[in-house]
Design a protein around this ligand. Structure first.
Ligand code: G1P
Length: 898
């Protein structure tokens, strides 16, 4: 097996024999909703949502088991059947022999090209797949056949793409019955499938989506005939890899205008017989797509009826996505820079596909979760900050007055759906993310006034942090919290964040840490809702409270004397260490607060000075820190020390020495470090312990936990997973990256770099990770990258590399430079640079490490903008000076380090 090599700095890569690696898939999609996945033999699927799959849905195991694919057959006179995608019984049989065909994959952002060369048949195919950025609901396949033998070839080409045309639910549920809904017609250029009804979880409804596969010759020439049903195409005893119709003269293709009802459909498109002389080539264009009606679909398809239009579409699609990825690096490690290009692109994929719709992600039905919502904003803040302010404000409408939040998120911005489930789940970490994102926004933009913007609160029957129901609520009440007088209540964004943090502060278990409830960041810590506690997230709630206090003092600095909040918050603003130390009193207080607002709130306001509020929050933050430091710092038998981060459902401490071996979790370390709960000395100790117990270079670095060797039913389903997989001890990219982020933040630069470098080195070593460029959700115990592309880790890595490693960050709107680059990261000219956008201006920032000094020894000695020396106030450029730069041009900022 060979790895891939990059062909340019924009992520284009090439590799041989991609089909000799299993589980590979590649995303091509557009923002209009077409989401495809393509494998090296043109398998995979295409859909616009859970209920609209054009090609039948595939999970990772189907990638090698499925015979259905986007096949393109050549019936070559005197030689037999050859598949341009390699999906024929004969070619499959040759795969591990010397007769294996040569294959080369070339791919870049949102396009995929496969070259296949057959010595036996004397033919070569090149298949380019793309989904046009311009918004047509199509996936396009441009197939070029070339005679690479010595003799003329007489060929009948036939595209054969099975049309599934229904909900993913029906893959096992009523698969046959739903085929009876099918109404299939052939047009001049393709096969159209228009099901009468849809049968899925929404009930039986009239269908509103038409599917089709169409094909023309390179100059628009129409096909000769069609095979519209699977039964006819494969023939009795045949299959998609050995279709009888193409060799049995008794099975005739149909002409345009044919219709048939109630069968599994296939876009079988037979082209005219051609004669290809040696070196001659011929191109075919296949469009697969969706629309609300046949006419609309055919109109879209007609835009791509020549080779030229497809070439243009490909070029425009490439450019569109490349323009969107406006952060890129240039350092001493070119491969890292290009790999990061893919990482920077991944948050865009996650916005399109959500956490579903790629083959590993076979659980989701399309909705996005609360965490993703805020994580997506992180990447947007860096790459496309326009509109993020409103997005943040709108998202706060999902917060309930009890500090929890709506978990069903609508498709429109700021739309949240009432949860009528009787089993309510509360993730105790949810309150943490909005503040982290909002704080970053304020730092990048300087827009501290956002704290005072107002929005509503979410209201549904769920109350008292998932423990009770508001029996008075019904749909007529609506989804927004009201005051006693019936008005919809609005509170500031700051108030929303206070509600989230203060309720959590009191929501403690018997060890006086915040209760784990349904789970925290680790979704699979889901069996400790009675007595479980997450010290890890208690720490970051504390860190947030401290940073919130700092923002409030800034408001004071802007002349704001006092802040108004819902009167009910007065309860939460109690400030008394005796109370803080008393678990029962805290619970009672929280209960009282939650019941005050269980149905509606008074509408009265309280006012508090910024200073008093800040002090109040600082006291709480300090209390959390002290409490964790005093109670959770543990030392194992072998002398290593780290933080315990959890209590289980039996109230037992989770980490430390155990008869089954040492128990340590990475999450507990990440958030104690990030929140500055861990002292500098403690960070040093944690790093040593993590290196000892969690680090394994050969699988990409830091694992999520040690092996507990127990199916720990009193903590979470994660312990049912095999050790080394997913949330049970894999190298889980998101947490590993947050570990790096926390270490960089605390100035542990070598250590932070080690985390990222280990992860990057592993992922980009194809022989080990077996994935295309980018960061996967996790790396399994055998080194394979899994759940590629759709992971929150990408947003965090983008952020960490830009703002920590390169130290290009906002400080209340000014542009601060705080590089934490190691000497080894500079190129041979001692330079390292980043292209990015700040305050709407395109910037190329380049550090020059004049005397080749190591991190810690260099400091910034001069800054120049477009060649002119800049009189810097500390190591920053003021926002006003950036805004003065021409928005249409890219500006160079040169920074000398000495
Ligand atoms: C996934 C989920 C994320 C969750 C994590 C751990 O991570 O999307 O919300 O916190 O698992 O359970 P991701 O795939 O985003 O890396």
């Amino acid at each position: 097996m060979n790895g891939y090599k990059y062909l340019d700095k924009k992520g284009t890569f090439q590799m041989e024999n991609p089909e000799l690696t299993s589980y590979l898939y590649f995303p091509i999609a557009n923002e209009a909703g077409v989401m495809s996945s393509v494998t090296p033999s043109l398998g995979g699927d295409s859909k616009m949502g859970q209920n609209a799959f054009l090609l039948s849905p595939v999970s990772s195991e189907d990638l090698h088991n499925n015979k259905a694919s986007r096949n393109f057959w050549c019936n070559i006179s005197g030689k037999g059947l050859w598949s341009a995608t390699g999906k024929s019984a004969g070619q499959q049989a040759d795969l591990f022999t010397d007769a294996k065909e040569e294959t080369i994959l070339e791919a870049g952002i949102m396009w995929h090209k496969l070259l296949r060369k057959s010595r036996k048949f004397g033919i070569t195919s090149e298949i380019t797949s793309l989904v046009p950025y311009s918004g047509e609901l199509l996936e396009i396949m441009v197939v070029t056949l070339k005679n690479t033998g010595a003799a003329d070839l007489e060929i009948i080409p036939t595209a054969a793409i099975p049309l599934y045309g229904r909900s993913a639910d029906n893959i096992r549920d009523h698969r046959h019955v739903t085929s009876l809904l099918h109404r299939i017609v052939t047009t001049k250029t393709g096969v159209v499938l228009n099901p009468t009804l849809t049968f899925d979880e929404r009930g039986h409804q009239k269908n509103t989506c038409v599917y089709g596969v169409f094909g023309v010759e390179e100059n628009g020439g129409e096909p000769e005939g069609f095979y519209p049903t699977v039964e006819e195409f494969i023939g009795e005893g045949g299959s998609f890899e050995n279709p009888k119709a193409l060799t049995d003269t008794n099975i005739q293709s149909q002409k345009a205008g044919f219709s048939i009802d109630g069968y599994e459909a296939i876009g079988g498109i037979q082209f005219k017989k051609i004669l290809l002389a040696p070196k001659e080539e011929k191109t075919y264009i296949i469009c697969m797509g969706y629309d609300k009606g046949q006419e609309e679909l055919e109109n879209a398809v007609s835009m791509y009826s020549s080779k030229e239009t497809c070439v243009t579409a490909l070029e425009e699609t490439k450019k569109y996505w490349q323009d969107k990825i406006n952060v890129s690096y240039s350092s001493g490690c070119k491969d890292f820079d290009t790999w990061m290009y893919w990482v920077n692109f991944q948050p865009m994929l996650r916005r399109i596909y959500g956490c579903s719709f790629l083959p590993h992600h076979d659980y989701g039905k399309g909705g996005r979760g609360w965490r993703d919502l805020w994580q997506d904003c992180l990447a947007l803040l860096i790459m496309n900050p326009d509109g993020v302010r409103n997005m943040l404000i709108d998202n706060f409408a999902g917060v309930r007055m009890d500090g929890t939040n709506a978990t069903i998120i609508g498709s429109k911005q700021g739309e949240f759906i009432a949860d009528r489930n009787n089993i309510t789940r509360v993730w105790m970490d949810h309150g943490v993310w909005p503040f982290l994102t909002t704080n970053l926004y304020i730092m990048q933009s300087g827009d501290i006034d956002i704290l005072l913007k107002e929005n509503t609160y979410f209201k549904d029957p769920q109350a008292v942090r998932g423990e009770e129901k508001d029996t008075l609520w019904d749909t007529a009440y609506g989804k927004q919290l009201k005051t006693e007088s019936g008005e919809i209540y609005q509170g500031s964004i700051l108030e929303h964040m206070l509600v989230q943090h203060l309720t959590a502060f009191y929501d403690v278990g018997e060890h006086n840490h915040i209760r784990l409830r349904g789970a925290d960041w680790n979704d699979a810590l889901d069996l400790a809702d009675k007595r479980g506690e997450s010290v890890a997230f208690t720490a970051i709630y504390g860190g947030n409270l401290e940073n919130m206090a700092k923002l409030i003092l800034l408001l004071e600095g802007k002349g704001i004397k006092e802040l108004g909040f819902a009167k009910e918050l007065e309860i939460l603003l109690s400030d008394d260490n005796n109370l803080y130390n008393d678990v029962q009193k805290k619970q009672e207080l929280l209960n009282r607060y939650c019941h005050e607002g269980i149905h509606n709130i008074s509408g009265d306001k309280i006012f508090i000075s910024c200073r008093e509020l800040a002090e109040n929050l600082l006291n709480k933050a300090e209390w959390i820190k002290d409490h964790i430091r005093e109670t959770e710092w543990i030392t194992g038998e072998r002398g290593h020390s780290w933080y315990n981060g959890y209590y289980d459902n039996n109230g037992r401490r989770v980490e430390g020495d155990n008869d089954n071996g040492v128990r340590m979790m990475l999450t507990s370390q990440v958030f104690t470090i990030m929140s500055e709960t861990a002292t500098m000395k403690q960070v040093e100790d944690i790093v040593k312990a993590a290196d000892e117990y969690l680090y394994n270079e050969s699988i990409g670095g830091y694992k999520l936990n040690t092996n507990f060797k127990e199916v720990k039913m009193d903590l979470g389903r994660m312990f049912g997973f095999a050790y080394g997989q997913k949330e049970n001890g894999a190298v889980f990219s998101h947490m590993a990256v947050m570990y790096a982020n926390a270490l960089y933040q605390r100035g542990f630069v070598q250590e932070g770099y080690k985390v990222i470098h280990s992860l990057y080195s592993h992922c980009s070593n194809f022989e080990k990770s077996k994935i295309y460029p980018g960061i996967p959700e996790y790396i399994g115990e055998n080194g394979r990258g899994l759940y590629h592309y759709l992971t929150g880790a990408a947003s965090w890595l983008l952020l960490t590399v830009l703002t920590e490693m390169y130290g290009v960050k906002g400080e209340l709107g000014e542009l601060l430079f705080e590089p934490k680059l190691l000497l080894s990261q500079f190129d041979s000219n001692s330079k390292a640079g980043v292209d990015c956008v700040f305050a709407d201006r395109k910037l190329t920032i380049e550090y020059y490490n004049k005397n080749q000094k190591e991190y810690g020894e260099y400091k910034i000695t001069s800054i120049a903008i477009d060649g002119k020396p800049y009189e810097s106030v500390r190591e920053m450029v003021l926002r006003d000076d950036i805004i003065r730069l021409d928005a249409k041009k890219t500006h160079k900022i040169d920074i000398v380090l000495e």
